[in-house]
Design a protein around this ligand. Structure first.
Ligand SMILES: [Zn+2]
Length: 138
């Protein structure tokens, strides 16, 4: 009974609430720092692709999504077709590296015209520039 009265006192509650609030703020700051680190890792991988570096290892799809780098630019060399793949929409395990997506991608136009599934080159990860066109207007 005495302990319950102690925990219910306004001084203890405000102290506990302050600690909880600080914990929430630290968690949010840690999340922002992690997202920033993941974004830098994704942009570094993209720069490596631009300079002709190896596709593997690559960041995971989850890392790209958490880092806010949600679009994968691919190019089909044979027909010069370029496409932006929205990583939030792909049906692929999120823990898999981005370069594993290549084997699931092919050019639909080349399949129609030449009956061949041509695989793309991975150009790099991109930050979404425009808001989602399907999102409601404000
Ligand atoms: Zn094509």
């Amino acid at each position: 009974m005495l302990a319950l009265a102690f925990y219910e006192s306004p001084e203890v509650l405000t102290g506990a609430q302050r600690l909880i609030q600080r914990g929430i703020e630290f968690d949010e700051a840690a999340d922002r720092q992690l997202a920033s680190a993941l974004r830098l890792d994704c942009l570094a991988w993209s720069a490596l692709q631009f300079t002709g570096g190896p596709e593997a290892p690559s960041p995971t799809i989850a890392a790209a999504l958490q880092g806010g780098v949600e679009l994968l630019e691919v190019q089909f060399r044979q027909c010069n077709h370029t496409e932006l793949i929205d990583l939030a929409l792909v049906i692929w395990p999120r823990e898999r590296p981005i370069h594993t997506l290549r084997r699931a991608l092919y050019c639909a136009k080349c399949l129609k015209n030449y009956q061949r599934k041509r695989r793309p080159d991975l150009i790099g990860l991109r930050v979404r520039q425009n808001p989602d066109p399907t999102s409601p207007m404000k």
